[in-house]
Design a protein around this ligand. Structure first.
Ligand code: NDP
Length: 278
């Protein structure tokens, strides 16, 4: 795995930046895509501490990087760093910061929301009603995209109050005090609870039998999905969303179709190996 501190980063073409970032699966996923397409490109993981963002960005531009994926804690700074978004890709306009930068054009997009919607394509949602857990940047961005796609939303967060502004500005939303999935065909865990090994207090007995339980986390056992699977619900983790957002970044940078099957295959291999180690 090619992970570097930004001062020690070698020249390259593309990279994911964040802190921490050494665990990222993006280098393996993009390397698989380059290999499948016969591209001689290098993609690295580069750690940038929050306070060193501007200095590091200038250095990566000087090293010749063409594009970056951006993860925590830099998504908002990345959006501020850019001159704007790509007017040709309104579907990728950032809402909660940017996850993809083109360093040559200085444009920013976010592929998370479109990647998430693409990851739902195997499912039907006849009621178009979702229960969303969490109110961080990811939850807000996904909620906005689901609302645009006609979903009615029940919004919950551990710390009350964080959904109030969003709910007051968005039609067909309700902030709820408890995780009651009755009537919902999507139960979305967009918190970071799984990363810490915690479950959420969902009243699974009230879930609809055809509901999809979806956890945006990946690469770790999900207590949320384990609870949902005991109720025989269909379960999905965040791996396909990771692949779809990466594929959209690849396509935005390079202008060619991403080899999605090769990308998801390597992600499954890596996560299976990591879970085996745990
Ligand atoms: P934030 O730090 O912005 O938000 C975290 C949210 O999780 C908050 O609502 C917080 O609640 C809640 N939370 C944290 N711990 C718990 C807990 N133990 N119980 C209940 N709620 C909890 O994170 P992001 O929105 O940026 O990211 C959320 C998740 O999305 C991460 O796991 C990230 O890895 C994943 N992600 C996955 C992607 C993919 O491609 N699959 C893409 C992007 C993100 P409170 O307000 O009370 O603190």
């Amino acid at each position: 795995m090619s992970a570097f501190e930004w001062r020690e980063a070698p020249p390259g073409d593309y990279a994911v930046i964040g802190d921490p970032v050494a665990h990222s699966l993006s280098p393996a996923m993009h390397a698989a895509a380059y290999q499948a397409c016969g591209l001689q490109l290098a993609y690295h993981a580069i750690r940038i501490p929050e306070a060193e963002f501007d200095e590091a960005m200038a250095w990566l531009v000087e090293l010749g990087y063409r594009g970056l994926n951006v993860t925590l804690p830099h998504k908002l700074r990345a959006w501020d760093w850019a001159d704007g978004t790509d007017p040709a890709r309104s579907d990728l306009a950032p809402r909660a910061g940017a996850n993809t930068l083109n360093l040559q054009s200085k444009l920013a997009v976010s592929t998370d929301e479109a990647g998430f919607m693409a990851s739902l394509s195997d499912h039907e949602f006849p009621r178009k009603r979702a229960l969303i857990c969490g109110a961080g940047g990811t939850a807000m961005a996904l909620a906005a995209r689901l609302a645009e796609n006609g979903f009615e939303l029940k919004l919950w967060n551990r710390t009350p109050g964080k959904w109030d502004v969003f709910a007051s500005e968005t039609n067909r939303t309700e902030v709820v005090p408890a995780l009651d999935p009755a009537g919902c065909d999507l139960i979305l865990n967009a918190t970071s609870a799984t990363l810490q090994g915690f479950d959420l207090p969902v009243d699974w007995a009230r879930a609809e039998p055809d509901a999809l339980a979806y956890d945006v986390a990946y690469g770790k056992p999900s207590p949320f999905l384990e609870s949902a699977s005991k109720k025989k619900l269909t379960c999905q983790d965040g791996l396909r969303m990771l692949m779809e957002q990466g594929a959209l970044s690849f396509e935005w940078w390079l202008g060619i179709s991403a080899p999605r099957t090769d990308m998801i295959t390597v992600l499954h291999e890596r996560t299976a190996a990591n879970l085996g180690d745990a």
